[in-house]
Design a protein around this ligand. Sequence first.
Ligand code: GDP
Ligand code: MG
Length: 426
Amino acid sequence: MSNCAVVGINWGDEGKGRMVDLLTEQYDIVIRFQGGGNAGHTVINDKGKFALHLLPSGILRDGVVNILGNGVAMDPENLLKEIGQVTEKGVSITPDNLKISDRASLLLPWHRDMDELEEQRLADKKFGSTKQGIAPFYSDKYQKKTVLAGELFYPEELKEHLKDLMEWKNLTLTKIYGAKPYTEEMIDEWLESYANKLKPFITDTGLYLKEAQKAGKRIMFEAQLGSLRDLDYGIHPYTTSSNTTAAYAPIGSGFPGAKIDEVIGVVKAYSTCVGEGPFVCEMFGAPADELREAGGEYGAKTGRPRRVGALDIVATRYGVEVQAATQIALTKLDVLSYMDKIPVCIHYIVNGEKTDRFPFPTALKDAKPVIVYFDGWKCDISKCKTWDELPEQARKYVEFIEKEIECPITYVSVGAERDSIILRTK
Ligand code: GDP
Ligand code: MG
């Protein structure tokens, strides 16, 4: 494997962090190319248990260089906090193993305020934002109203630039939301306490990657969230504000000409969805509570209970197409071990008609799932290390999914720990 992307096929939280942590054994560089500190990638390995937000999951593997690409929402405050938490657990983070693109835009203090104020204004029509400032950040980025990390090396120009942006943003804060304005002192304080502390990590990562590629280094791209949250291809407007798809990885990483050889799509053995938006296979009541508890389905960033449901073949097939996945890692199969019958959604009914196509976002609210049931295996599979050790019912379930989504399932994960994995060949 040379260049490879690890991406989410569904609504996020499929176990991307877990897969990146496993696969970094074969890689030299891991790049986060989109999204921000609203991610929650949980990794459990010999170093402990970590919930990573902005740091690439390769940070836990000695010798791997981690890059925050130009496509991420570079939040100095959150990143410093996270570096503190991870180093406290004995992981070394230095400019040798963490590099921040000088072209990454900085998430500014008012982005978090804007997120909070807008969710408050929307009240019961809210998007379910994590309130980390991600949507206001990306809107400003596309309006060219952010500063680049590399501008920290030009303090005079940066001061002017930030003052102009602050004056512009204060209009919205005070006149639209009736909130307090920012002052130059507040900006200076933010620069001193947070942004400037990241300077040792900021570099021309595009150049670094070009040279690394020439030297034959193996590069991995780590996505946040999943296909259905992609800004262009997801369940608009309940998406995130960036492109979560592998096709965006070269752009967001500082390596626009990169060729991605393998796209590993991560799929959970059932569905979960955090936040608002249509979720066709959602389960309710006691069965939902049981699945949520079995899978520990609470957000890594927010602690919010995740909505849960049956595996959705229609959405997953669409997710595979959008990602152009070349192989699949199916995670959390062990969670289903308690079920007598395992539900799977194989089609949707939309306006009385059966369909296998994932509908246009507006039509999703009218889609009803067609559910079939598989026999459960009713035994602990978390110690299984080979395909043959899995009970027949579990193998049948995996083979059915593989056939339906038309992509080889090469990894089956049966536990959160690094080595709780079953490898299959393509
Ligand atoms: P990500 O955002 O895609 O990286 O996924 P999250 O880390 O938010 O959510 C996945 C959760 O499932 C984490 O708590 C993982 O530790 C856990 N996990 C991952 N793979 C498995 C698995 O195969 N079995 C079990 N039981 N837990 C898993
Ligand atoms: Mg997550």
